[in-house]
Design a protein around this ligand. Structure first.
Ligand SMILES: [Zn+2]
Length: 264
């Protein structure tokens, strides 16, 4: 075995087999797999570090392609997340998205910070769940270089309109008038002669402003805005979810559970 190494890390998946197989998100090493031997036992010394959403200082040994957990110190377990089923499902969905966009060996400090912030807000109910979810989704998309062009209507350049809609696949915004010219009148899917499918999501001005803010603001100020209208919050979050699903190909059972509970 090699010399031990230390890393800060967040448990984004914990699979219980004979041992516990952890997926850790670390700032410098990216996503890594860690075996926590004996952590399955409730009394095992590694148990506190082997739970989903645990953030800590991990001491690891490397053997082949795998890391083995030796010891470590728990810094935060986001306990509040586990006390609400909505928050638990959202936290698991955030981790599913993080798994999809992270790679072994690729530093991901910003992604880790976003995830830690989002888990903190969920655990402490700092903001409405839909707002935390939407900001997480839009920021992930921005980090991946997948932000849609939301500054103005791509047909006429208008920046204010009551009936904007966003094309999910193309990432283009259309005002009500330009949309009517294209014979797209509502949410849904349109067949087109030269493009196979267009899925649209309607956005009121409030939800659109929130998307503009979320994709362009530094991480430290990501929640420094208000979106008081519940429908706007829902549209903001739903549009982010559709974008994540389409462009990052994330299929999350936890998100489905969350949606069932949300009843929409
Ligand atoms: Zn237009």
């Amino acid at each position: 075995m090699s010399e031990p190494c230390h890393t800060m890390g967040l448990v984004i998946r914990a699979k219980r087999e004979k041992d516990v197989i952890l997926t850790l998100l670390t700032p410098e090493m990216g996503k890594i797999t860690v075996i926590a031997k004996g952590a399955k036992s409730l009394k095992g010394p590694q148990m506190p570090l082997s739970q989903p959403f645990c953030y800590g200082d991990f001491e690891l040994y490397k053997k082949g392609d795998l890391y083995w957990l030796h010891t470590g110190e728990l810094k935060e377990n986001f306990y509040g997340v586990t006390s609400r089923l909505d928050a638990l499902n959202l936290a698991a969905y955030f981790c599913d998205v993080a798994i999809a966009v992270s790679e072994p060996g690729e530093p991901c400090e910003e992604l880790l910070r976003l995830l830690l912030n989002s888990l903190y807000f969920l655990a402490n109910k700092t903001y409405p769940d839909e707002l935390i979810k939407g900001v997480f989704e839009w920021r992930i998309l921005a980090m991946q270089g997948l932000s849609p062009a939301v500054n103005c209507c791509c047909g006429c350049g208008k920046t204010q309109d009551g009936g904007f809609a966003l094309d999910i696949a193309q990432g283009e915004l259309f005002c009500g008038e330009c949309r009517a010219k294209r014979e797209v009148f509502g949410d849904g899917v349109r067949m087109d002669d030269d493009a196979p499918r267009h899925e649209w999501v309607l956005l009121a001005q409030g939800a659109l402003e929130a998307i503009r803010f979320a994709i362009s603001t530094p991480l430290g100020k990501m929640m420094s805005f208000r979106l008081d209208d519940e429908t706007d919050r829902y549209d903001f979050s739903r549009a982010g979810e559709k974008f994540v699903r389409y462009h990052l190909d994330v299929d999350s059972a936890a998100l489905k559970m969350y949606e069932q509970m949300r009843g929409k």
